[in-house]
Design a protein around this ligand. Sequence first.
Ligand SMILES: [Zn+2]
Length: 93
Amino acid sequence: METIRQQIIALLIDKEMDARELSQTMGIREKEVYEHLPHIARSVAAQKKKLIIKPVQCLACGYVFKDRKRFTRPGRCPRCKKSHLDEPKYRIF
Ligand SMILES: [Zn+2]
């Protein structure tokens, strides 16, 4: 039987998804998705793969959170201070 993490890895190898899509597909809470992601990043690194976080963009001013290493969505934009932000998306290559 595949573990949740293995199933998430299989999904992200296949296509780009955000935490909400992963939680709906897997039937787990979004919070649990964020808990699994750092472990997934480590286990795919061991397989010479990489978990990519597509940079979050501010939907109000276009600011891109380029160097963000965390998996969760940022709270607000440092440039325009609004919280109208895109969801981070994940993909495994
Ligand atoms: Zn902004």
